[in-house]
Design a protein around this ligand. Structure first.
Ligand code: ZN
Ligand code: ZN
Ligand code: ZN
Ligand code: ZN
Length: 488
């Protein structure tokens, strides 16, 4: 494990170094130059002994050296004249490409020598830092095992068989070493034989895992006694029926954000989030909106999920953006700012996590009167109000696709328009669109997302591997507006 962590560490250093020294710009300029074409003797000899990460690191040093070398040949800038010139070997170069070509042809020995010394210096710095990290890691490793549930009193059978459950949770908090948490989660879930997805970032953790009830109970206990995540309570874990079979595998990873909105957590913190409303308070607010009817235009109920989620279930009278993924949400807000001006906005999503940073984003625009979010999301609301103002199914991101609280069906079969809300994947491989086609229409052969896709699918059986599998766009994906324009 240490080797993996040291290599991760080196990669982090790589990225940080690129950011810190500002050589990113230089690297971008050099993006078309392949360092291997400079024929460095050192590199060629050492190549077999260098690991992939070290080779990357060497390439990085080489690009950096090359950039610095080129920069040193730049003639002093005159303010009146913004065009750049380079002088080298008595020649003047006006284009970046021409000085690059010159340096790589004439000065490759210089570059190699400089690269080698830079490489050695940077590597020893990295090694020193990795050693000090290793020392702290060794200390942490002791804790690591103590964070894993004791299962000595539980039989293998109890972890495998018996009633199951799916947990959904998140926790925004400061995680100093996400890789350590990731390793721990992987070990913990494997021990408890849980499947699902766990995202770890410096801003917190987000997970949905399934297994037997015995296992999920132990998982909650392990989480609530962890030094970082003990701020969570048992109630912060939303539960639904299901089990390990709801996910095809276990995926634990370190990411930049615990929910992918595409905005750097450093630039926009979850701490800016809107005020939480308990399900009962939220219920009252929605009741007020509904009783005022159309005359109520000072409050907006905003569903911040994707279109296919709100299609099969939503709060009455909500505004449901036509977005395919959460990373389009900021664009949606930007393009529809006037909708929210001077309004009181009530936001909701599945379990509450998207609202945390979604509401923070909306608040950062400083146009709304107030921004509120449903605490615990639809999940917690339905526990208290199964026959409340949320109608239809609750979409979930696992093989169940949806869980139901009431019998309402609010969507239709796309082929015959009869009430239908059971999603299935498009029958054409590599399409991955969710299709609402009722059983009668399926029997008639309507199993794809659109006629184009259906035709493509018919051809695929005959020549299975003639063309490499691709995630193709079809009529429906082409027709979908990336930024919703029909929001109201
Ligand atoms: Zn020269
Ligand atoms: Zn139908
Ligand atoms: Zn399709
Ligand atoms: Zn289609």
């Amino acid at each position: 494990m240490f080797r993996k962590r040291a290599s991760c560490y080196l990669q982090n250093v790589l990225y940080q170094t690129i950011d810190m020294t500002g050589t990113q710009i230089v690297c971008n300029e050099l993006v078309n130059i392949d360092v291997d074409t400079f024929a460095p003797q050192y590199f060629k000899q050492e190549k077999p002994q260098l690991s992939a990460t070290l080779r990357k690191f060497y390439s990085f040093c080489k690009r950096r050296t090359f950039g610095t070398f080129v920069a040193s040949k730049q003639s002093p800038c005159h303010e009146a004249d913004s065009s750049k010139n380079w002088n080298c070997c008595g020649q003047t170069f006006k284009e970046p490409s021409s000085i690059h070509r010159h340096v790589s042809r004439i000065h490759d020995t210089d570059i190699d020598q400089l690269t080698q010394s830079t490489f050695k210096v940077l590597l020893s710095q990295v090694e020193n830092e990795a050693t000090s990290q290793q020392q702290s890691t060794e200390k942490e490793l002791v804790d690591f095992t103590s964070w894993i549930s004791d299962t000595s009193h539980i039989t293998d059978d109890q972890l495998h068989n018996g009633p199951g459950e799916v947990l959904l949770y998140y926790c925004y908090c400061q995680v100093v070493d996400p890789q350590l948490i990731c390793d721990w989660q992987e070990a913990l879930c494997e021990k408890l034989q849980l499947t699902g997805k766990v995202r770890v970032a410096t801003e917190g953790i987000n997970g949905t895992v399934g297994g037997t009830k015995v296992a999920t109970d132990l998982y909650v206990k392990a989480m609530c006694s962890h030094p970082i995540f003990k701020i969570m309570e048992k109630e912060d874990f939303k539960t639904s029926s299901g089990g390990a079979e709801c996910f095809s595998n276990l995926r634990v990873g370190v990411y930049k954000e615990i929910v992918p909105m595409g905005v750097d957590p450093v630039a926009l913190s979850y701490r800016l989030a809107g005020t939480h409303l308990e399900p009962a308070e939220f219920h009252k607010e929605v009741e007020a909106i509904l009783s005022k009817g159309d005359s109520c235009n000072d409050t907006i109920l905003l569903d911040c999920r994707n279109f296919y989620e709100s299609k099969i279930g939503k709060f009455s009278q909500c505004l449901a953006p036509n977005i395919r993924k959460f990373s389009y949400f900021p664009d949606y807000i930007d393009q529809n700012l006037n909708l929210f001006r001077d309004k009181k906005v009530l936001m909701y999503c599945t379990g509450g996590i998207r609202c945390e940073r979604g509401s923070a984003y909306l608040r950062s625009k400083d146009v709304c009167k107030e921004v509120y979010q449903l605490k615990g999301g639809i999940h917690k609301y339905l526990e208290q109000f199964p026959e409340g103002f949320y109608r239809g199914k609750l979409f979930v991101f696992d093989e169940r696709y949806a869980i139901s609280a009431n019998k309402d069906i609010i969507s239709e079969c796309m082929y015959c328009n009869s009430p239908w809300d059971q999603y299935q994947l498009c029958s054409t491989h590599f399409c991955f669109q969710l299709v609402l086609s009722c059983s009668a229409c399926r029997q008639r052969g309507h199993t794809a997302c659109c006629p184009t896709c259906q035709t493509k699918g018919q051809g695929q059986g005959e020549e299975p591997s003639a063309t490499p599998p691709q995630r193709e766009e079809c009529e429906c994906t082409n027709g979908r507006l990336r930024i919703p324009q029909d929001a109201l």
